[in-house]
Design a protein around this ligand. Structure first.
Ligand SMILES: Cc1cc2nc3c(=O)[nH]c(=O)nc-3n(C[C@H](O)[C@H](O)[C@H](O)COP(=O)(O)O)c2cc1C
Length: 160
């Protein structure tokens, strides 16, 4: 099974740590958007797209990359992010990514999120919020998530 994780993690490496843990399970490479030729994505069985949340959105570098994706034929995909605040329906960060991926022919089969150390603005004065996160529990959850996704993709490949 050929898997790839595309990730932007500019603040504390929080999202990168989550990506690396998922990558261990998926035997995937973790690359920055600029390291990936979007036209190769159709060659993968599974692609993950992840980012920290910056001013209520995924990083513009990931968003630009999503805009450059070619049309693919049902490649399985998942989205993930880390953020300072818990996601509420009003701030669903997965939704716009999922919509964009579906429009390009990806089949979005999972989403994952967890809190990450956040030192932006006034939080910096108190050493940040969510200190130590993603922690061991978050990373174990990320690994379990990746395992479920892996089994699902492997199962559908076996069936076809
Ligand atoms: C410039 C900036 C803006 C941020 N804006 C938000 C935000 O709007 N909502 C939120 O929940 N967290 C926000 N955060 C916190 C980050 O989403 C959080 O720290 C995340 O784990 C960073 O991931 P990274 O270390 O992979 O870059 C912001 C952080 C930075 C540096």
């Amino acid at each position: 099974m050929k898997s790839l994780i595309v990730c932007v993690s500019t603040s504390h490496g929080n999202t990168r740590r989550v990506a690396e843990r998922m990558a261990e399970v998926l035997h995937a490479q973790v690359l920055e958007p600029e390291q990936v030729d979007p036209h190769t994505l159709g060659d993968y069985d599974l692609v993950g797209f992840g980012s920290g949340i910056y001013y209520m959105a995924v990083h513009p570098r990931l968003w630009r990359f999503l805009g450059r994706l070619p049309q693919v034929d049902g490649v399985a995909a998942f989205t993930f992010f880390t953020s300072g605040a818990r996601e509420i329906p009003l701030t669903s960060y997965h939704k716009p990514m999922g919509k964009q991926l579906a429009a390009k022919g990806f089949q979005v089969i999972g989403l994952f999120s967890c809190r990450g150390l956040d030192t932006v603005g006034p939080f910096g004065y108190i050493g940040g919020i969510n200190k130590g996160r993603p922690d061991r529990h978050d990373l174990d959850r990320a690994a379990a998530f990746a395992e479920r996704i892996r089994e699902r993709v492997a199962g559908s490949r076996a069936a076809s």
